[in-house]
Design a protein around this ligand. Sequence first.
Ligand code: 13P
Ligand code: SF4
Length: 300
Amino acid sequence: MENEIKALLKKRNAILLAHNYQPPEIQDIADLCGDSLELSRKAAQTNADVIVFCGVHFMAETASILSPEKTVLLPRRDAGCPMADMVTPDALSYKIKELSSSKKTIPVVTYVNSSAAVKALSTICCTSANVVKVVNSLDENEILMVPDRNLALYTASQTEKTIHFWQGYCPYHDLLTADCVRMVKEEHPDAIFMAHPECRMEVLKLADVVTSTSGMLAYASKSSHNSFIVGTEVGLLYPLKKANPEKQFYAASISMECRDMKKITLEDILKSLETMSPQVKVPEDIRKPALSAVKQMLSL
Ligand code: 13P
Ligand code: SF4
């Protein structure tokens, strides 16, 4: 099946992108693996005619926003992100009005884990890798962040600015508690604890490093330490172990498994390349304002 996929990728002049949480067999055949920021950059730079996005819906939308001339395939239409679904354009418009005055509209910093329609209403986008830089780049001192409350609270702890936050969260990162981390730390007292900023503040306070998925990969490879507790979706354990076979990695909680990130199979990829579906295409009236928010971030 891998050979069939590779042959079809070549025939269609297609590139296969996989998020760091995708299943091992998909990461192994991907042209590029990475975090949300890396993948959105790579999607914009590729000369391929077709992007096969192995991730979730908002990631394929971001690829379509940046590359409208390319065909973007999401091998499973139902691979979504529950956190992205926690903010709708209507609810965001209402909140913007509530927090704005007649003289000034509140700037909105939107995590890339959001729909294109929500991005279209935003001032600038951010990812877990660049959120503090993005917030500090704005002139205004009062900012609305959507949809992740944990990412917003973490950002508030790293900046002087006043952050209004949305009550969204990642159901998998948010289930990790400080008590759970303390237990795992007791089992592995010498391990470095790396946490994703989608985790709760009580968890981030116990972390030695707070960073994105690719930030964790880079940190673990460079570090002189030999063992790590990984506070993010369990899919990251595979690339961590692959890149550092001599080091030990322990999940902070094995319950942190995103169902949507595990929906796509090799069969789905093959079928998608054969049928050139399901396609994700952002309509122009949404794409243009969404592009402006994404470009603003990429220009930083
Ligand atoms: P990053 O890979 O950008 O750290 O994002 C984590 C995530 O939850 C993606 O859905
Ligand atoms: Fe969304 Fe969380 Fe799954 Fe990432 S891990 S896609 S944020 S639900």
